[in-house]
Design a protein around this ligand. Structure first.
Ligand code: SF4
Length: 282
């Protein structure tokens, strides 16, 4: 399927059009941003939200007992000291203006403070339309079970047992040419009793180019059924089914987000450890 006219079809596609190179994806990101900056008029105290179901991330703490060399939090640490009460106040403030927000509780390692995670999730449920909430963890504490959906980070440096987190999403960063279809299939086949899978590109704030072959390979593989494909202002993702499992490949282009000309628009919200509210990953 060609790109021609795809924007008239839908912003979320049920197939992956042929992608010639990463430049092409960057052009689509710019198109998406242009469209949103023209179309989105609603004004909040933070500016103009470019997505209705906007992603809110609480970077709950910078603390983490692990030491992954590619850790984005360590390379670009968020500001301030952990302030649980201020995080709750900020979350309530954000939800008042964004009742359809999706919430991710991340770190650092949220499992260091499971009681605070529970409080944040309760605040989210009581003060929003409860669209979706998840916790990013490297599996430090099973006390997180049952609080919200768990994205369990697995890599060469942290190897939690996903069986201790029933129905979790097995989430892993694939570096360089590890992001290939046979590797993805191997991981799904070898860990087939995990709930679902999330494969993420290793994204660095300086990186301006990525290998696009995975998108074309996913589309062309007859054992894979594409569910959704989307390019947003700084991200690309697709969801698909393989061997009875649901999976996702995501690329979040941090260079693009840092350099996009947002004006008063914003495509995500960050609540920092000290409760400061920022937008566009700042
Ligand atoms: S587990 Fe996550 S927060 Fe901790 S060092 Fe690894 S990537 Fe960073």
């Amino acid at each position: 399927m060609k790109w021609k006219g795809w924007r008239k079809m839908s912003r979320k596609l049920s197939f992956i059009p042929y992608i010639p190179n990463y430049e092409f994806i960057k052009e689509q990101m710019q198109e998406d941003l242009k469209y949103r900056l023209t179309d989105r008029k609603r004004l909040t105290s933070l500016g103009r939200p470019l997505y209705e179901r906007i992603n809110v991330q609480i970077v709950m703490t910078q603390e983490c007992p692990y030491n992954c060399p590619f850790c984005m939090e360590r390379k670009n640490p968020m500001t301030g000291l952990f302030d649980a009460e201020q995080q709750i106040l900020s979350l309530k403030k954000v939800l008042k203006e964004h009742p359809n927000a999706r919430l991710t509780i991340t770190g650092g390692e949220p499992g260091l403070y499971p009681e605070h995670v529970k409080k944040l999730v309760d605040v989210f449920k009581q003060n929003s339309n409860n669209v979706f909430v998840c916790i990013n963890t490297a599996g430090y504490s099973t006390e997180l079970n049952g609080i919200a959906h768990i994205n369990l980070s697995v890599n060469d440096y942290v190897k939690p047992d996903y069986r201790e987190f029933p129905d979790c999403t097995y989430q892993t960063v694939l570096i360089g040419n590890e992001m290939n279809i046979s590797n993805i299939k191997k991981i799904i086949n070898e860990n087939n009793d995990a709930g679902s899978f999330s494969f993420r590109f290793l994204c660095d704030i300086e990186n301006r180019n990525y290998d696009v072959s995975i998108w074309n390979d996913l589309q062309n593989d007859n054992k894979i059924k594409i569910d959704t494909f989307r390019i947003g202002d700084f991200f690309v993702y697709c969801t698909f089914d393989y061997n009875g499992k649901h999976a996702r490949v995501t690329l979040g282009d941090m260079w693009q987000q840092t350099n996009n000309q947002y004006g008063n628009g914003y495509s995500n919200i960050i609540i920092h450890p000290d409760g400061k509210i920022g937008v566009n990953w700042k």
